[in-house]
Design a protein around this ligand. Sequence first.
Ligand code: SF4
Length: 247
Amino acid sequence: MTNKIGYIHSILTGGTVDGPGIRYVIFFQMCPFRCKYCHNPDTWTKNPMGIKTVNNVLADILKYKDFFNFSGGGVTVSGGEPLLQAEFVLELFKKLKQNNIHTVVDTCGYIDVTKEIEEVISNTDLILLDIKHLNTKKHIELTGRDNIKVIKFLDYLKQKNKKIWIRQVLVPTYTTDENYINDLINFLDKYKGIIKKIELLPYHKMGIEKWKKLGLNYTLNVDPPQKDVVDNFKNRLIKSGYEVLVS
Ligand code: SF4
């Protein structure tokens, strides 16, 4: 097997939110979206300063195997969008599976399901999939791209009976009103069998400083959601039969 190179933004060795247990989280560079609320805009483009090989990363990961075994954790690829570097992820995940290490892909889902992606998915234990917005126009407004590929990707995961966690950012004026909650519950109903958890991520402004440093214009002018709005969203999903986590 080869030793592919990947453009890596950063690595977190003790992650506890991007999948179960204690996780080694690899944040990849490049993303097809430009979310108005992104708190990692420094991952958007390719930067040769972060090149690593699969074997380098694997050697580092193996140092943490006891932590994974003890906590039910493993490795998560995140970003940016890790599936834009599917060759690297595939080679890494095949090697992780040979070492009995749990694998998670954290993705925006804006992906064509090629043969390579199919192979990555078959070596993945859990997918964390972001739903940015269900309305195509609003999705474009929030991310710069439509949601058609995301929904196709979700249909593919259902066809493969793949375990997923859904991630929904709660952005006032976009994704917190009753209509949106109803639409989301109706939409997710079709995928209920594969959804193991829904994670709600209340919008926050912590990314603004990064945007400024990068010379980017931060145009989202909303406040974080109030506690009662978050609680209401959470309770509606729980009533619909989902396990819900607020991060
Ligand atoms: S998908 Fe994630 S990394 Fe990409 S722009 Fe949106 S929030 Fe940022």
